[in-house]
Design a protein around this ligand. Structure first.
Ligand code: SAH
Length: 349
């Protein structure tokens, strides 16, 4: 049975045509699914009984199901462990911010990048998620928000996985989010975060989907970055920064560089100056993220004073930078931590 969740109107038209279902039905069914979030054909009251039965025999409309939910104490962050059709678990996070409600989407189950500080990659990658599964993560959260009379306003591809290693499905997902018959989100409200798959940054720049690009830099030179992120051996820092500049010039969007601060590793004055000189020729913003310690890794968070100092060094060099407001530390919101705990314990629903 085909799962039609994630099909746009053209794709619905194509499959319904074979069954002699007139094309105006595609728009009706699309509205039920994506605008009214009704996932049973029997709830689609403007379809005839016959058609409802006919569709229910051939198609299903399936989104991920909830395995576990954790809410932060301040109730601003909720983390969800969701189960996909093949029983694989993925993490999705809802962050309630002053400007709107942001969903942090996983693009792969696990991750193959092997970054030394990240929990998502500890068990490697299980598989790529499909566009419809990523859209399912967003709809799951949208449905939760509906109970509060709210909806999803922003999407960040910063959950588990490397989006640019799942290129085609991620592009498809971005288009679905933008489709006015589906979520109708502006590309400006979508941020794609990458560990630095350089050729695909160039490809993305040419897609005419001006999403905000966020590059996980985390180090000011190859020596430190090689140690933290194996991908740097393939695409070293200078090439990455060049690709970031190209993306910014092409899309006219300011590129964000993420920089995790790790005690005594990349948080000194020397590193701040080096970082500033790397970025001085491009429109950019640095997000400083005091590291979330991961149980399995031995990296520690610098003191508040050190974090502040690092920010000051950058500001002195006229580099735009802020320290990211931490959300959800009490719900294991650092990438992949909830899923790992789940895999370890083999928890049941
Ligand atoms: N693979 C993509 C997207 C997922 S990671 C990427 O690398 O950008 C999303 C962000 O979380 C990245 O900036 C990543 O470096 C960061 N991150 C991973 N582990 C972290 C940790 N322990 N503390 C703080 N940020 C972390």
């Amino acid at each position: 049975m085909t799962n039609i969740f994630g099909y746009n109107i053209d794709e619905l038209n194509a499959i319904f045509k074979e069954l002699n279902i007139p094309s105006y039905r595609s728009k009706q069914i699309s509205d039920w699914i994506y605008k009214k979030e009704k996932f049973s054909f029997y709830e689609m009251t403007n379809l005839s009984k016959n058609l409802q039965e006919n569709l229910a025999e051939k198609f299903k409309i399936i989104t991920p199901i909830l395995l576990k939910r954790l809410n932060s104490k301040d109730n601003l962050t909720s983390k969800f462990l969701l189960e996909l059709e093949d029983k694989i678990a993925v993490e999705t996070v809802l962050m309630r911010k002053n400007y709107g409600n942001s969903v942090c989407v996983s693009t792969q189950a696990g991750c193959a990048m092997g970054c030394a500080f990240c929990a998502s990659t500890l068990n490697g990658v299980t598989r790529n998620l499909t566009a419809k599964e990523m859209l399912g993560e967003v709809y799951f959260i949208n449905n939760e928000l509906k109970k509060e009379n709210k909806n999803v306003t922003n999407i960040v591809l910063m959950g588990s996985g490397e989006p640019l290693m799942n290129y085609d499905e991620v592009i498809r997902f971005l288009r679905l989010c933008h489709d006015e018959n589906i979520l109708g989100l502006s590309y400006r409200n979508i941020t794609l975060s990458t560990s630095g798959i350089v050729p695909n940054i160039y490809r993305l720049a040419e897609e005419n989907l001006p999403v905000t690009l966020s590059i996980s830099l985390h180090a000011p030179n190859d020596k430190i970055r090689d140690r933290l992120m194996p991908i740097n051996k393939k695409y070293p820092i200078k090439e990455l920064i060049k690709a970031g500049k190209f993306y910014g010039d092409k899309t006219k969007r300011r590129v964000t560089y993420e920089y995790i601060l790790i005690d005594n590793l990349n948080d000194g004055k020397k590193e701040a100056k080096e970082l500033a000189s790397l970025l001085k020729n491009q429109l950019s913003h640095i997000n400083i993220i005091p590291i979330n310690s991961v149980e399995e890794r031995e990296f520690f968070r610098p003191s508040k004073e050190k974090v502040q100092k690092f920010l000051e060094y950058l500001t002195e060099e006229n580099i735009s930078a802020t320290v990211r407001k931490e959300m959800g530390a009490d719900v294991n919101a650092a990438c992949g931590q909830l899923r790992n705990r789940y895999l370890r314990k083999g928890e049941k629903k």
